[in-house]
Design a protein around this ligand. Sequence first.
Ligand SMILES: Cc1ncc(COP(=O)(O)O)c(C=O)c1O
Length: 359
Amino acid sequence: MRFEPVAYMEWAKFGSGAALNLARSGLPGLSFEDLGLDLRSIQLNGDHPYGWRPLIEAIAGRYGAGPDSVVPTIGTSQAVFLVCAALLNNGDGVYVEKPAYEPLLAVPRALGADIRRFNRPFERRFGVDPEEFEKGFPKGVRLVVLTNLHNPSGVRLAPEDVRTLAGVAARHGALVLVDEVYLEFLAAGNCRTSFGLADNIIVISSLTKAFGLAGLRCGWVLAPPRIVPAIRRVVDHLYVEHVFPSEQLSARVFPLLDELKAKSRVWTDPNRAIVREFIESEPRLQWIEPDGGIVAFPRVVDRSEDGSGGDRLARRLRETLETSIVPGGFFEDSRHFRLGFGLPASDLRRGLENIRLKL
Ligand SMILES: Cc1ncc(COP(=O)(O)O)c(C=O)c1O
């Protein structure tokens, strides 16, 4: 096992801050006052082996899973690690989407997995071609990894598409890990989890992105019950118990989620229209409009054609205009940049005008 630097993580923590930050992928954080919770009854200590039961039930209830399928985690990040460590042996194949969020490559790589890739190209609207996926399916793959909504593009795979990919994986004896940390940005009726679509699907997610609740670090794994003991074994190697006050707060927040979501959509939906209008008026940019969420992955139409228009734009914006976007190089394609639009409309408009100036 060898833990190499994760360049995107380091940049996100220390290099992405700017007066106008269009690099974020989560909603601005809420306060305790926003939630209106009475905190006096939060206990410091309690009985919660492998997760506090009311939290497990809240997660299970929202996603139609049995409580025996739920493992609470510290964010989606820890869920990635727990699942990979539970399932992968040195040299096992892991078939990961491209472009990908870097930790989804870094974690299996650190565990000694053999990383192989399937494409989600711009030209295919960041979708997966099931025939190409199957034709390229490498021998020895134990785990397929994808995001839904896709990070960086915000594109959604429909349940039937996920089911098709899971069917291919099953024929090769592989499991499918679906990272759904952005799924809850979709409207309630459209927000179907992949968990349960096939019995080789494992889902990971958290409350960190779509609700302004990142500080709770409330994440989870949803896995077929036969896989849960292996995940719990990894928990036993990492920590004794989850953070009890956070588990209680998180359980209390679950009944509020739909209301929080409705409130945030009131201002994020118009922001999407602002971005659409901007990109459609700007011949030097192309995009695939995201199906949900507050990020998109536009491409810079680059006359110099050195293939790094997105990275160059990001550098110029930061150096001269105190404006931050994510250089596409962190998502394996320097022609692009990831644009976050979950900020007040006036700041978004200023950020977009700065982009126009530096294109
Ligand atoms: C695809 C994806 N998975 C996981 C995470 C991390 O999520 P969490 O904050 O829940 O650990 C991120 C954060 O950017 C992400 O983009």
